[in-house]
Design a protein around this ligand. Structure first.
Ligand SMILES: C[S@@+](CC[C@H](N)C(=O)[O-])C[C@H]1O[C@@H](n2cnc3c(N)ncnc32)[C@H](O)[C@@H]1O
Length: 217
């Protein structure tokens, strides 16, 4: 999800100091904002997308999973970082939104590396092999599902593999005890659990709406 940095000049500065988006990503962002103005804020920002590409490259990822694909911005960023022969499993429940993703995967030249599963992500993840084979995962879907996604993915992550979780600051509500929305409560609890989780090393970064990077020991 992309949230606006309070200072617009700083926002532009951040976006200007990531490797630039190409025409495909620029046009995907433009189409998503034009056709789905009420949902477009769910799309990752370009700096966050670039961060995903870099992490996928740094981990030499062959097996990646994304939970929450929407119109495809983050999936293109992940797919572009894969090692030769690598594959991305993209999980979502919306045929409509991922229809846009499929068009842009073709245009980006990554369609042949992505498998899309339309089903509740918990079902898709539980059906994956029970082996430590995943190199990289990105969680950016329904917030109340995050604890299940985290456990299912972590148990299948190889040692040294990485999970990235988006929107872990919940617009700052994680530090507001009055914020009792179910998603806020779940994410607050998961943030605490991950910080204390001895199976992993982790850091919560103030990138956009907060991104936690987890590395399995
Ligand atoms: C924040 S958007 C993902 C944005 C995407 N990462 C991007 O950069 O464009 C969340 C997505 O999660 C999907 N979603 C919601 N509940 C889900 C579930 N239970 N299983 C799988 N996907 C789900 C929604 O359909 C939506 O496309």
């Amino acid at each position: 999800m992309s949230i606006d940095i309070v200072n617009p000049a700083l926002n532009d500065y951040l976006l200007d100091h990531a490797t630039p988006a190409d025409d495909v990503l620029r046009e995907l962002a433009e189409e998503t904002h034009r056709v789905l103005p009420r949902n477009a804020g769910m799309q990752v920002s370009h700096d966050e997308g670039t961060f995903l590409t870099l992490l996928v490259k740094m981990t030499g990822t062959l097996h990646a999973v994304e939970v929450g694909t929407f119109t495809g911005y983050s999936s293109i960023c992940i797919a572009r970082g894969l090692a030769p022969g690598g594959r991305l499993l993209a999980c979502d429940v919306s045929e409509e939104w991922t229809g846009t993703a499929r068009r842009y995967w073709e245009r980006a030249g990554v369609a042949d590396r992505i498998d899309l599963r339309i089903a509740p992500a918990a079902e898709t993840l539980r059906a994956l092999p029970r082996e430590e084979y995943l190199d990289f995962a990105f969680i950016d879907a329904d917030k109340t599902g995050y604890p299940v996604y985290y456990e299912e993915l972590l148990s299948r992550l190889r040692p040294g593999g990485v999970i990235v979780l988006d929107n872990v600051l919940r617009g700052g509500r994680v530090v507001d005890p009055a914020a009792r929305d179910e998603a806020d409560v779940v994410i607050r609890g998961l943030n605490d659990a991950i910080a204390a989780d001895e199976r992993v090393e982790s850091v919560l970064l103030p990138l956009r709406d907060g991104v936690t990077v987890v590395r399995k020991r």
